[in-house]
Design a protein around this ligand. Structure first.
Ligand code: NAD
Ligand code: UDP
Length: 327
């Protein structure tokens, strides 16, 4: 039985990855410090003999008992609201955390895949974004803590590959959504759905002409699974190229939820990328992967998840209290 360590296991993407690897017959070791994640995302896995959980902060020395074949490093705050509230932890998990996990991979002779992001392209001047594009990032802007941590993470990973011959994989994830996103993490999909369900106006940042391309979680997990098992060590974009403006997307949400709320326009956050669409030629050619779940179906499933929240849960608007994690 293959053994895999998944960091960020109690988060949105990490928990779905745990599900997938359990289903594929792996021994899964989930690791998380719960700073933005929640054990409820993985509580259904504790009944499996082949699932273990370590409550641990990966910026501290990482120790795992037994052999490891694979490591997936997904621990990191991912929503702009989260990483603006915990900027130092965000920098540390991308840098120190990645260093610890690369070291662990070396000791265990494991293959490691790290979760990078479309944010390495910053506010992109090349559209759609190919893996060859170097990006347009403001190092000292509000998003710099996340973007630069991820760029450093890629560099460190490549250095371990070239210098130590470590087997490494890098996925550049574009906006991914689905059940288990945190309702109040500030990302646009839970934000809009939460607002619609509470009967509030939808908040559009800027004029809403900025674009995103949303990928459903099951497609993302499939892409990551294929990349891990490929022999390609360079970055690969995984995302759905179906691009939409935030304004049009808000209108789709109003239609989906059957509500007649208004749109409220707020200031566009600094350095908020104006356009984003993955070029997935590499994923198609190397992994024979392309997305299969369109936005209509994906959003239906996501809405069904959030609709099951109780009125109390929907009203709990305060953001997660990070204070106990700050050291
Ligand atoms: P998430 O916040 O739901 O999950 C992140 C998890 O990492 C949480 O459970 C959190 O508690 C854990 N974590 C954070 N710091 C940690 C630390 N120091 N030690 C141990 N655990 C820690 O976010 P997500 O959307 O699931 O994102 C997961 C990964 O995917 C991140 O690396 C993120 O950068 C990347 N990513 C996600 C998206 C997306 O659209 N969801 C896009 C690009 C990249
Ligand atoms: N956005 C918005 N209203 C919200 C939340 C987000 O208009 O309530 C916009 C945000 O400015 C960005 C886009 O939606 O242009 C996607 O934001 P998100 O935080 O989901 O992810 P990003 O791709 O910016 O990291």
């Amino acid at each position: 039985m293959k053994r895999i360590l998944i960091t960020g296991a109690a988060g949105f993407l990490g928990s779905h990855l745990c599900d997938r690897f359990i289903m594929e017959g792996y021994h899964v070791i989930g690791m998380d410090n719960l700073i933005t994640g929640d054990l409820k995302n993985i509580e259904h896995l504790f009944k499996y003999e082949h699932f273990e959980f370590y409550h641990h902060d990966v910026t501290k020395f990482v120790f795992v008992v037994g052999e490891l074949d694979y490591i997936l490093h997904f621990a990191s705050p991912a929503s702009p609201i989260d990483y603006l509230r915990i900027p130092i932890q965000t920098l540390k998990v991308g840098s120190l955390g990645t260093h610890n996990l690369l070291g662990l991979a070396r000791v265990k002779k494991a293959r490691i895949l790290i979760a990078s992001t479309s944010e390495v392209y910053g506010d992109p001047l090349v559209h759609p974004q190919t893996e060859e594009y170097y990006g347009n990032v403001n190092t000292i802007g509000p998003r710099g803590v996340y973007d630069e941590a991820k760029r450093f993470q890629e560099s460190m990973t490549m250095a371990y590959h070239t210098f130590h011959g470590l087997e490494t994989r890098i996925v550049r994830i574009f906006n991914t959504y689905g059940p288990r996103m945190r309702l109040n993490d500030g990302r646009v999909i839970p934000a809009f759905i939460g607002q619609a369900l509470r009967g509030e106006n939808l908040t559009i940042f800027g004029d809403g002409m900025q674009t995103r391309s949303f990928c459903y979680i099951d497609d993302q997990v499939e892409g990551i699974f294929r990349l891990l098992h490929s022999d390609y060590p360079y970055p690969v974009n995984i995302g759905n190229p179906d691009e939409i403006s935030i304004l049009d997307f808000a209108k789709e949400i109003l239609k989906l939820t059957g509500t007649d709320q208004q749109l409220t326009f707020k200031e566009l956050p600094l350095n908020d990328p104006l356009q984003r669409q993955p070029d997935i030629t590499k994923a198609r050619n190397i992994l024979n992967w392309s997305p299969t779940i369109g936005r209509e179906e994906g959003m239906k499933r996501t809405y069904a998840y959030f609709k099951s929240f109780t009125p109390e849960e929907l009203l709990k608007e305060e953001h997660k209290d990070f204070s106990k994690y700050i050291s």
